[in-house]
Design a protein around this ligand. Structure first.
Ligand code: BEZ
Ligand code: FE2
Length: 421
């Protein structure tokens, strides 16, 4: 079956940020086809006349755009509200080590709630960091497209074999659910928390299986000091929590990047990365993901987007988890980000923000949506926005006013219609 959707404003989300007034998209919508694609797009009325057999709907005073992607999220921390300490990365990490077990009670229903919230905010695909495997089953049975990043963490060399076996067991569990929509992937938590030998094994495993890799990188000044000088907060941290006063960093920042040279990697945060480290990331065809509210709450700063621009890395945005945020609504994240960079012109920055959760975010996850173009995945979101038909600052008005999608299509099929939540 073919469907035709139309709206007052169609955001194509190509690099030029083309917008079509009274635009429409014709797409495949066959429930048995795992790869329903966009067939064509353009003026809604013309598409309607050319395709009288298509099931057609037009949404006045709505924006139609490719469904959003949230490429870095920890569903397993969905129970946190007031347990973890914000304001300083070291104090936050201490609180995670001391109190994380408390956060896993009745987790399943909190994960389900956050999955629904992703759909409600127009998201079709997520990059989920899975530390324990608690999120595998709920995400596998959700309508979302998922890169499930099975995470390895551990700085103690004596535990590497055990930790690696545990990772392989979670990966195998994940592979049972593997499909076009649900893709098992890998994560090295970070260079400060993962021993070089364990990190190397995980990087090799990702290469052998052609899997994406996600890593937290240079999120805090404490991490930078540890990786470059093996001193500061982490000296005390490893003594206090792991009884190891002799711990040293096993990788400096550049060595960590070199280790991942042949991987396809999402580098998350990079708040304290230098221009040369960002240049290296760009040269590896890797991407940088920013979670502005998480960065504000844990490290009191935002990523310098000017340096990112200089090295030709597009900004990509995500919410991170409720471990370092107060909502996993990606539209809220964009609204806050708009206000976090007051030196950028609102209407122009708004376009970059939208591309950072559609075009570039989707590509970072290796999916084929994120843009309205022939042959792309039929993943769409529709948002009502009163007065949008006469707006000349459409991206800005979208960010300022749109709270909840009225419809979300994933793989050409309705996945959310405003009533599901
Ligand atoms: C570890 O498991 O070794 C670890 C966990 C968190 C931070 C640093 C190290
Ligand atoms: Fe994270």
């Amino acid at each position: 079956m073919k469907k035709l959707l139309g709206a007052s404003k169609l955001f194509c989300c190509n690099k030029e940020f083309q917008i079509i007034n009274n635009g429409g998209v014709l797409f495949e919508s066959d429930p048995s086809n795992p790869k329903n694609k966009i067939l064509c797009f353009g003026d809604y009325q013309s598409l309607l006349e050319q395709n009288p057999d298509a099931k057609a709907s037009f949404y006045p005073q709505h924006i139609l755009l490719p469904a959003l992607s949230n490429p870095h999220i920890h569903f397993e921390f969905s129970n946190n509200k007031t347990t973890l300490v914000y304001g300083d990365f070291g104090e936050w990490l201490d609180s995670v080590i001391q109190r994380r077990e408390e956060l896993f009670e009745n987790l399943e229903q909190s994960i389900q709630k956050q999955i629904q919230l992703q759909l409600e905010s127009g998201i079709a695909s997520v990059g989920a960091i899975s530390s324990y495997g608690f999120d595998i089953a709920p995400l596998a049975s959700s309508p979302l497209r998922v890169q499930l990043f099975n995470e390895a963490i551990g700085s103690n060399p004596a535990l590497i074999d055990t930790l690696y076996s545990n990772l392989l067991a979670r990966l195998q569990e994940c592979q049972k659910h593997s499909s076009k929509r649900f893709l098992p992937a890998l994560s090295i938590h970070s260079p400060y928390s993962t021993h070089k030998i364990l990190a190397t094994k995980v990087a090799n495993l990702a290469k052998e299986n052609n899997m994406l890799l996600s890593v937290h990188f240079l999120e805090s000044n404490q991490e930078l000091e540890w990786l470059t000088q093996s001193k500061g907060f982490f000296k005390e941290f490893f003594t206090k929590h792991f009884g190891n006063p002799n711990a040293t960093s096993t990788l400096n920042p550049m060595e960590f990047l070199e280790l991942l040279e042949e991987n396809k990697t999402l580098f998350v945060h990079c708040l304290f990365a230098s221009k040369s480290e960002l240049e290296k990331i760009a040269s590896m065809n890797a991407v940088v993901i920013s979670s502005p509210r998480s960065n504000r709450l844990l490290n009191n700063r935002y990523l310098n987007l000017e340096i990112l621009k200089e090295v030709k890395l597009p900004p990509i945005f995500s919410t991170d988890g409720l471990s370092s945020n107060f909502s996993l609504n990606l539209l809220d994240e964009l609204r806050h980000t708009l206000f976090a960079y007051p030196h950028y012109t609102p209407s122009e920055f708004a376009k970059e923000l939208v591309l950072g959760v559609t075009h570039y975010a989707n590509a970072s996850l290796g999916f084929e949506g994120g843009e309205i173009a022939r042959g792309r995945d039929a993943d769409f979101a529709l948002f009502e926005c009163e007065g949008i038909s006469t707006s000349t600052q459409e991206a800005l008005h979208f960010i300022l006013h749109c709270q909840k999608a009225s419809e979300v299509y994933i793989n050409g099929i309705g996945a959310y219609n405003g009533k599901t939540f």
